[in-house]
Design a protein around this ligand. Structure first.
Ligand code: ATP
Ligand code: MG
Length: 551
């Protein structure tokens, strides 16, 4: 195309005039807009101390202000001026007033601003446009209200905003609303599906139930640790990159380790046993466990947190069970004290409180054996408790089978495996007969236990092993372990497990070995089942399963 203009025509001066007028109008409008913008900027600058977007926080000040947390606000602070950093739940403009609800840590408060000498109407407009979920700093006077405010947790006070600055603005459109994500399954209204929530976990965690679930999860680990530390245990850290699969089987993740293969640990099993042979008498670990389980169930993850325990025993694996019962009793008792969290969880996911102790009446009525009274293993009883104080139920495996056979059409043999469906059914039958949601089953058939499990002396079809259940689902497995190398090798051979890659482990028992036992607990399972939740993804912060490795 040519750059040359076409030759001028007689019409041109007219057109030029029109054009010039148009351009002038545009210029005038632009000038007007610029003046308005400058005026606005000048106003914002004038009031920048009162409202507006805060300067990027870059660690230039230090303790220049005293912040009050939303939960710390109270009528006792009436007429005092406080500075609060919180998240915006809602904003609303009404004439010369602006209202907002701000929140933090499960606590919310109403804040309002009014036009006055120190605060122009632009401040009301500014508040009205702050996107929900943004973070703001509010300097405000605390006032006591006449009418209780029902929409906030602080119902008796309100904040009269003097200054407000946005610290971090949220995107205006959210992937989902917290209201939708907080709805009970049986409630009317939109729900948010699990994947959408998990894809934006940082938003999902702001719902009261999710937030409370992870507070409870933290407590589970805290109480687990505390009880064990109080009972002479040492916390250990075993490697997660290992040269041989710790539990055998196919569900191991292989990884490239420089020029050879390595594996991610399926449990700290072999290591915690080796540590015991190094004369640490009682050990525990809280650490990730990796299992390449290509099954999509409500209770399996490919990475979960293992709560592992291993200790010396003097005579009997009951010593491990006594410890386990003490531990779980402590954890359950402590968990029940976190009432606010439990309330928040129950509001979205209703559940019955866990019953873990059988009543003394039932013990008498059913003739349940009391182990500590006769100081003998009391396997002849269908059911046992350690003593009348602990009252946590132990059933031997053949008795679990008998119980199942009372309702199953296709009867099970005493050494048959109990599948997941029957496990749930067993939980229901135990609940009906014994009135508890927690029980331990012991003497599992040797065919369903790993090679390192000590066989029963009286009947080698069975082993000195046990599982623990909450609401009919497994939370823990454990056993007395074989501490004799030859016996280990023999057991492995008969189960067709190749122990060549685990030579170090076998050798660790050749230099004098302490008899021992232990158990491994799935942390997410405990949280899920204590809270009666239906899916392990609800209690894993960033769950990993065959379909999900992000976020
Ligand atoms: P399950 O029969 O439920 O698959 P398991 O018997 O294979 O479990 P163990 O090897 O006994 O599991 O592991 C100890 C504990 O770790 C289990 O009792 C359970 O609480 C937890 N656990 C095992 N596998 C998983 C998993 N994939 N996701 C979450 N927790 C798990
Ligand atoms: Mg198990």
């Amino acid at each position: 195309m040519s750059d040359q203009q076409p030759a001028a025509t007689p019409e041109e001066p007219k057109i030029n005039k029109k054009q010039a007028e148009k351009e002038a109008r545009i210029a005038a409008r632009l000038a007007e807009e610029k003046a308005r913008a400058e005026e606005k900027a000048a106003l914002l600058a004038k009031y920048s101390d009162v409202f507006g977007n805060a300067e990027l926080l870059q660690s230039t000040g230090y303790n220049t202000k005293e912040y009050t947390k939303v939960p710390q606000l109270s009528a006792a602070l009436a007429d005092k001026t406080v500075t609060v950093r919180a998240r915006v739940s809602t904003t609303r403009k009404k004439g010369k007033l602006a209202f907002m609800v701000i929140r933090d840590e499960n606590s919310s408060v109403q804040a309002m601003a009014a036009v006055d000498e120190a605060r122009p109407k632009e401040m009301i407009d500014y508040i009205g446009q702050i996107p929900c979920e943004s973070i703001v700093d509010v300097e405000a006077k605390v006032t006591v209200v006449d009418q209780p405010i029902t929409s906030t947790t602080h119902s008796d006070i309100e904040l009269q905003i003097q200054k407000i600055h946005c610290i971090s603005e949220s995107q205006r459109t959210l992937p989902f609303t917290l209201e939708d994500a907080s709805r009970r399954e049986d409630e009317e209204g939109a729900k948010v599906n699990s994947d959408t929530r998990l894809n934006c976990r940082w938003l999902d965690l702001r719902t009261p139930a999710s937030n409370a679930i992870f507070r409870m999860q933290s407590r589970v680990c805290q109480h687990f640790r505390q009880y064990l530390l109080d009972n002479d245990f040492f916390e250990i850290h075993t490697p997660k990159i290992i040269s041989a699969a710790s539990e055998g089987g196919s569900n191991v993740f292989k990884l490239q380790y420089f020029n050879r293969d390595a594996f991610l640990a399926q449990s700290p099993q072999l290591y915690k046993q080796m540590v015991l042979q190094g004369d640490l008498p009682r050990v525990f670990e809280v650490a990730p466990v990796f299992r390449a389980e290509n099954s999509n169930t409500h209770r399996h993850l490919t990475e979960f947190v293992g709560l592992d325990v291993e200790l010396r025993i003097n005579e009997h694996y009951y010593e491990v069970l006594d410890l386990a019962e003490g531990l779980f009793n402590y954890m359950f008792e402590k968990l029940a004290t976190h009432t606010k969290e439990l309330e928040d969880i129950r509001a979205q996911y209703p559940f019955e409180p866990l019953v873990w102790k059988i009543t003394e009446e039932k013990i008498k009525e059913l003739g349940i054996g009391i182990i500590s009274e006769n100081k003998q293993p009391t396997d002849q009883y269908e059911a046992r408790v350690h003593n009348l104080e602990s009252r946590m139920l132990r059933l031997n495996y053949p008795h679990c089978i008998e119980l199942l056979n009372t309702v199953l059409e296709e009867k099970l043999a005493p050494t048959d495996d109990i599948n997941t469906t029957n496990e749930k059914l067993l939980g229901k039958l135990v609940r009906e007969r014994y009135g508890v949601d927690f029980f331990i089953s012991d003497r599992f058939p040797s065919t369903v236990r790993p090679f390192y499990t000590m066989p029963c002396k009286d009947d080698t079809r069975f082993t000195n092993s046990y599982d623990m259940f909450i609401r009919g689902e497994e939370i823990s497995s454990g056993a007395q372990r074989i501490h004799v190398p030859e016996m280990l090798l023999e057991r492995a051979k008969s189960l067709q497990v190749d122990l060549t890659p685990c030579k170090d482990y076998v050798d660790s028992f050749r230099l004098g070995a302490w008899p021992h036992g232990g158990f491994g607990v799935g942390m997410e399972r405990v949280v899920m089942l204590y809270l009666g939740l239906s899916n392990v993804r609800l209690v894993s912060m960033f769950p990993r399963d065959p379909q999900r490795v992000t976020p």
